[in-house]
Design a protein around this ligand. Structure first.
Ligand code: PEP
Ligand code: MG
Length: 556
């Protein structure tokens, strides 16, 4: 039977496929004692689960080949370690259930490994993964982490952390649905980067049964459970039509009367470049360099590794503009070697530029790597700092850039209301502003961007947010400098028209949104954009602002 759930659509398009849940962290099995006569049965269950997990790891290794195969085979061997299995059996014999026996035996082995020198300690994560797989199998719950599937699927999760999503195979993920996360959460950003439809803040997402066929409409936020064949075909036809119309749009971003608003791409690394080029990005407006740091959160990537990744992105836009954001660690993107663990409220703690100013060597290495990567290339390199609060922050960042000998424009992200309010002062220190509307909304409304229930307050149409955007854009205009938007607000086609009307000079977004924004912007004159912006700012809520802009533009 068809049933429709409604969340917040954050990445356009329609995805139809089976639900696979992101496995949650393995729960600790209960310590209840089992009767002695059940021990042989529990031992057999444990043995069978271990063998199945080992066989699965080996099979995946064969499929993957290369380095991954070696890692997976080593994990399969760990699972079958005879001493470990003997320990599991002993624990079951004295009253543990199969899952508890595995859990405790692995914990003992883990402690041994962790204290046995650097190399073995590094294998602890692999051991934990093996244990989680065996325990999940015994408990009959989905495998932890990214789903095991050879078939494309629609990923359902409570929320997605950047570290989880780094492991996703983009060729298998048809779309995302999350129960938590607002329009600016990392699930939404990742979905846009992959160009797959996504819906966030969907109540009940985690209760939808594994394997259910769903149709996800990333524009309306509707998720249809069990759509009929007819309905599926209808949705596919509409999506294909929309896509074909968009593919026909090309050229630079501009209003119908030729006011240029460059459309740039948000990227997380070289892997996102092909999609940016395909969608006609005029450059990169936000290179989120922290994704390079997430592979190994115990230490910074070497200068060489950074040079290599930066150069690949810079080379892709020979004459274009590439805006690189220096490392934005902390809060929802913690890094073990940098982020304090004991902060009462990490979103208001030492994060972004604050972290870098406390660890100048990390910033200096990154700036040096950027200078080396850009050497000899005609690209227009711009470098900006996240979470700039005031003029002093901006001045300290510019000084670090000068010290590193960087030939680039230096800029500040406006993500904290104080920076928007004092944008003119900040522009005394740097050459451009870039509005990070995701964090700017979070801090303006005191509404955590990870919390789905607060999606209303993170709505970038909120008039208070539009006021702050206008204030930053005006400061840039008065001082003859630029002020772009690189937060998710830029990917909403109607809002993009309003942003242009507010005086924003460029729009940067997940590549898949570029054609949508381009075709909308091309429909209106700059004067119409300004009138829509005025109407939106005069409203008292996000919904009213959206409706007011729509009304002005449709000439009603
Ligand atoms: C923002 O906050 O709007 C932004 C672009 O940065 P991030 O989403 O990476 O925090
Ligand atoms: Mg931000």
């Amino acid at each position: 039977m068809e049933k429709t759930l409604r969340g917040v659509g954050v990445s356009h398009g329609v995805a139809i496929g089976q639900v696979r849940h992101m496995g949650t962290a393995v729960l600790e099995p209960p310590t209840t004692q089992i009767p002695t006569e059940d021990a042989p049965r529990e031992q057999a269950r444990a043995q069978a689960a271990v063998e199945a997990v080992a066989a699965d790891l080996t099979a995946r290794g064969n499929l993957a080949g290369g380095e991954a195969q070696a890692v997976l085979e080593a994990q399969a061997l760990m699972a079958q370690d005879p001493e470990l299995m003997a320990d599991v059996s002993r624990r079951i014999a004295v009253g543990s259930s199969a899952e508890r026996g595995v859990y405790d035996a692995f914990a003992a082995y883990r402690a041994l490994l962790a204290s046995a020198g650097e190399y073995l300690a590094g294998r602890v994560a692999d051991l934990d993964d093996v244990r989680n797989r065996i325990v999940a199998r015994l408990l009959g719950v989905p495998m932890p982490g990214v789903p095991d599937s050879d078939e494309p699927y629609v990923l359902f999760a409570r929320d997605l952390a950047p570290a989880d999503t780094a492991l996703l195979d983009p060729t298998l993920v048809l779309g995302f649905v999350t129960e938590e996360g607002g329009p600016t959460s990392h699930s939404a950003i990742l979905a846009r980067a992959l160009g797959v439809p996504a819906v966030v803040a969907l109540p009940g997402a985690t209760d939808v049964a594994e394997g259910t066929v769903v149709a996800v409409d990333g524009s309306s936020g509707d998720v249809l459970l069990g759509p009929s064949q007819e309905k599926q075909e209808e949705l596919r036809a509409v999506a294909a039509e929309r896509k074909a119309a968009l593919a026909a749009s090309s050229g630079p971003g501009q209003t119908s009367d030729g006011h240029r608003v460059p459309l740039l791409a948000n990227v997380g690394g070289p892997a996102d470049v092909p999609a940016a080029l395909e969608n006609g990005a005029e450059g990169v407006g936000l290179f989120r360099t922290e994704f390079l740091f997430l592979d190994d959160s115990a230490q910074a990537p070497s200068e060489e590794k950074q040079v290599e990744a930066y150069r690949k992105v810079l080379e892709a836009f020979p004459e274009g503009r590439v805006v690189v954001r220096v490392l934005d660690a902390g809060a929802d993107k913690p890094l073990d070697f940098l982020t304090p663990v004991d902060e009462p409220n990490p979103a208001l703690g030492v994060r972004g530029l604050r972290t870098l100013l406390e660890h100048p060597e990390v910033l200096a290495t990154q700036l040096r790597a950027l200078a080396r990567a850009a050497a000899g290339l005609p690209v227009h390199l711009e470098v900006m700092a996240p979470m700039v609060a005031d003029r002093k922050d901006a001045g300290d960042f510019a000084a670090a850039c000068r010290k590193a000998g960087l030939q680039a424009k230096f800029g500040a992200m406006v993500e904290i209301p104080s920076a928007a309010l004092r944008a003119r002062a900040i522009l005394q220190e740097v050459e451009f502003l870039s509005l990070g509307t995701n964090d700017l909304a979070q801090y303006t409304f005191a509404a955590d961007r990870q919390v789905g229930a607060l999606a209303r307050l993170q709505d970038p149409w909120q008039p208070a947010l539009l006021d702050l955007i206008a204030s930053a854009a005006e400061a840039a205009q008065v001082t003859g400098k630029s002020c772009g938007v690189c937060g998710e607000a830029a990917s909403d086609p109607l809002l993009a028209v309003v942003l242009a009307g507010l005086g924003v000079t460029s729009l940067s977004m997940g590549s898949a949104s570029i054609p949508y924004v381009r075709s909308m912007l091309a429909k209106y004159t700059l004067a119409q954009c300004r009138r829509a912006a005025e109407a939106a700012r005069a409203a008292d809520s996000a919904d009213e602002a959206r409706a007011a802009a729509q009304q002005v533009l449709s000439g009603e």
